[in-house]
Ligand binder design. Sequence first.
Ligand SMILES: Cc1cc2nc3c(=O)[nH]c(=O)nc-3n(C[C@H](O)[C@H](O)[C@H](O)COP(=O)(O)O)c2cc1C
Length: 344
Amino acid sequence: MYGLIKPILFRQDPELAHHLVLRNLSLLSRSGAGRALIRALCGSPYKDPVKLCGLTFSNRVGLAAGMDKDATAWRGFAEMGFGHVEVGTITPLPQQGNPKPRVFRLLQDDALINRMGFPGAGMEAARRHLSQDRPHGVVLGVNVGKNKQTPLQEAVDDYVAVVDYLSDIADYFTVNVSSPNTPNLRQLQTRGYLEDLLIQVRTRRDANRGSKPLPVFVKLSPDLDVQGLHDALDAAVGAGVDGVIATNTTLDRQGLQSAHRSEAGGMSGRPLGMKAAGFVRSVVDHLDGKLPVIAVGGIISGADATERLNSGAALVQIYTGLVFRGPALVGEIARAAAIARAPL
Ligand SMILES: Cc1cc2nc3c(=O)[nH]c(=O)nc-3n(C[C@H](O)[C@H](O)[C@H](O)COP(=O)(O)O)c2cc1C
């Protein structure tokens, strides 16, 4: 099915194609018949329940943040068979993001470069979209960021505001300090900032959580050097968060062939895979079982997912693989993951 649609989508500007897909998924997901159609055309029925941080994930593959920034189509993605869907990055206030064009397909490389800069409708709109009927059995993650104009010293207020506002709806939060397209955001990964930020988010989470588990994850950049990574992980453990998502996009351009390789922004997809795989191994090694790891970056096949899980990741997420391979990748990964992690 995706083989028929992909050439049409790939003739459009990448961001326009993205909006077309989201709009149609959003429309379809509003009715039972539409949801049944998504399941029939591109749903993976593959279940392999796994418990993590008090939540039950129906399988080990999730949708990475950035695909459904405003949570308009998350119910449609859930019907595709994802065990979890991470919406966002959500900021407190609406903002435009960077000027267009800001997303580029690197066709020869199975990669994307984006410099979106968190365009979005803000947390109030997200709350309206997330308040619609919930599909059964999908874990809902909310990825949180700061508005562009918020100074770094006040960033914590933005994160806490979104956590406060969406605590009763989210199943987990991701503190995103690793997108390369918001000026200085990645400085929040340095130990001084990060530990304070994570403690404040966790404290607010604890005040709001009621009886439901509400894990907080932190999402890191693959461009951290060894010392920077160890500091960030120590801050995460010290602050008492629940897990690490590795990784966001990279500024690296090694090995790219395609015409758009020199565009500014974060690169994702196949060429990120090698770097992300090594990064996940380093994260797992350093954490030594203290926190679970969710692997994302360059996972474009079941074999890639198997590799990350065998390295010690508990779950995986995909973004660029879904663009290039289509929804069939969800079932391929869910199945491979179940085999990779089956008890011996
Ligand atoms: C167009 C685009 C927008 C993204 N937006 C976000 C975002 O808002 N927040 C975030 O944490 N990650 C964002 N990401 C990063 C992805 O969640 C993921 O970490 C990264 O793309 C690596 O995974 P992949 O190789 O499977 O794409 C974005 C990625 C792309 C391609």
